[in-house]
Design a protein around this ligand. Structure first.
Ligand code: NDP
Length: 310
C-alpha cells in the first residue's frame, strides 16, 4: 500500500492552497481530486473578489492557475473519489472508487460543499432535463427560453444574472420578501430588465413530459394561492451542503454536517493529524479567499504535526 505524509481530499481553493504549502514544505502531497476537480469555482463565471485580479478572473481559470502553481512544486493528483477512510489509528487509511488504497500520516479534508435541491418529487430524475444547479454549465441550453431560479442569496442572483445572457426571461422565486444576497449582487439582478421576482413564493411541483420540464406550480406562501407557469428550466440557487458523508461519523460534525474545528483558530479536527479547510468546515464565510486561507493553515498544521511526531 502506498504511503504518504499528506493526503489532501478535495480540490477547491482550500485543497489547492493546502497542496501549494505542503509541496513547498517538501511533504510531496497527493491530492485526490473528487467529483468536481477545482470545486465550485469551476462552475462560476467572473470572480471579482479574489485579491490580485483588479479586472476579475474567470473561476475555472483561477482554479487552473492554482493547480498549475502546485504542480511546479511537485504536488501529485489522482482523479478519483475517496469512498472511505479509517481514522481509528495512524497511519490513516484512505480508499478510492478506483480501488486505490493509501496510508497517510496526515489527512487534509477539503471536500467542500455541493448544491442543495428542493427535495421535490422527480427533481433528481429531471437533472439535465430542465433541472439544474449550475447556470454556467447549462445556461447555454436555454437560449430564448423562460427560466426560473429558486433562492434569495448570492448564488441565486449570480445564476439569474448569468442566465439572462441566454434566456428571454428569468424569474427568481424567493420564499421571503427580502433577499439575503449582497447589496451589489441584489442590485445587479434588480436592475436587469430580463429578471423579475416572485416574492413569498415556493415551487411546489415540477411539471414534465418525455422531453423534460414543461412547467412549474408555484405557491404564494402568504395567500396559499397556487399558479401554474410554463418553463423549460428550473435552476437551484438555495445554498450548499458539506461533503462529509465519506467520513462515516469518524469526525465531529455540527447539526448541518459541517466539520467542527476543535482548536480554533487552527483548522484541527477531533482526530489529531486530520485537518479540515474550506467550505466543508465553514458555513459562515464560504468565500474562495477564506477557503484558500484555511488551506494554507491546514498545510502548516500538518507540517507541524509531522515534525512533532519525528
Ligand atoms: P445562502 O445560504 O446565502 O442563500 C440561500 C438562499 O436560498 C436563501 O435566500 C434561502 O432563503 C434560500 N433557500 C434555502 N433553502 C431553501 C429552500 N428549501 N427552499 C427555498 N429557498 C431556500 O447560499 P448561497 O449559495 O446563495 O451563498 C452562499 C455563500 O456563498 C454566501 O456567503 C455568498 O455570499 C457566497 N457566494 C458568493 C458569490 C460571489 O461572490 N460571486 C456567488 C455565490 C455565492 P432565506 O433567505 O429565506 O433563508
Amino acid at each position: 500500500m502506498e504511503s504518504r505524509k499528506v493526503i489532501i481530499v478535495g480540490s477547491g481553493p482550500a485543497g489547492y492552497t493546502a497542496a501549494l504549502y505542503a509541496s513547498r514544505a517538501d511533504l510531496k502531497p497527493l491530492v485526490i481530486l473528487g467529483s468536481e476537480p477545482g470545486g465550485q469555482l469551476t462552475t462560476t463565471t467572473e470572480v471579482e473578489n479574489f485579491p490580485g485580479f483588479p479586472e476579475g478572473i474567470q473561476g475555472p481559470e483561477l482554479m487552473e492557475n492554482m493547480k498549475k502553481q502546485t504542480e511546479r512544486f511537485g504536488t501529485e493528483y489522482l482523479s478519483a473519489m475517496v469512498t472511505s477512510v479509517d481514522l481509528s489509528k495512524r497511519p490513516f487509511k484512505v480508499e478510492t472508487d478506483n480501488g486505490d488504497k493509501f496510508e497517510a500520516e496526515t489527512l487534509i479534508i477539503s471536500t467542500g460543499a455541493s448544491a442543495k435541491y428542493l427535495g421535490l418529487e422527480n427533481e433528481k430524475e429531471l437533472i439535465g432535463k430542465g433541472v439544474s444547479a449550475c447556470a454556467t454549465c447549462d445556461g447555454f441550453f436555454y437560449r430564448n427560453k423562460i427560466v426560473y431560479v429558486v433562492g434569495g442569496g448570492d448564488t441565486a442572483m449570480e445564476e439569474a444574472t448569468f442566465l439572462t445572457k441566454f434566456a428571454s426571461k428569468v424569474t427568481i422565486v424567493h420564499r421571503r420578501d427580502t433577499l439575503r444576497a449582497s447589496k451589489t449582487m441584489q442590485q445587479r439582478a434588480i436592475d436587469n430588465p430580463k429578471i423579475d421576482f416572485l416574492w413569498d413564493s415556493a415551487v411546489s411541483e415540477i411539471l414534465f413530459d418525455d422531453t423534460g420540464v414543461t412547467g412549474l406550480k408555484i405557491k404564494n406562501l402568504k395567500t396559499e394561492e397556487e399558479n401554474q407557469v410554463d418553463t423549460h428550466g428550473l435552476f437551484m440557487g438555495i445554498g450548499h451542503s458539506p461533503n462529509t458523508g465519506f467520513l462515516n461519523g469518524q469526525i465531529d460534525l455540527d447539526d448541518h454536517g459541517f466539520i467542527v474545528p476543535t482548536n480554533s483558530p487552527h483548522p484541527d479536527t477531533n482526530i489529531p493529524g486530520v485537518f479540515a479547510c474550506g467550505d466543508v468546515q465553514d458555513s459562515y464565510y464560504r468565500q474562495a479567499i477564506s477557503a484558500a486561507g484555511s488551506g494554507c493553515m491546514a498545510a502548516i498544521r500538518a507540517e507541524k504535526f509531522i515534525e512533532d511526531q519525528a
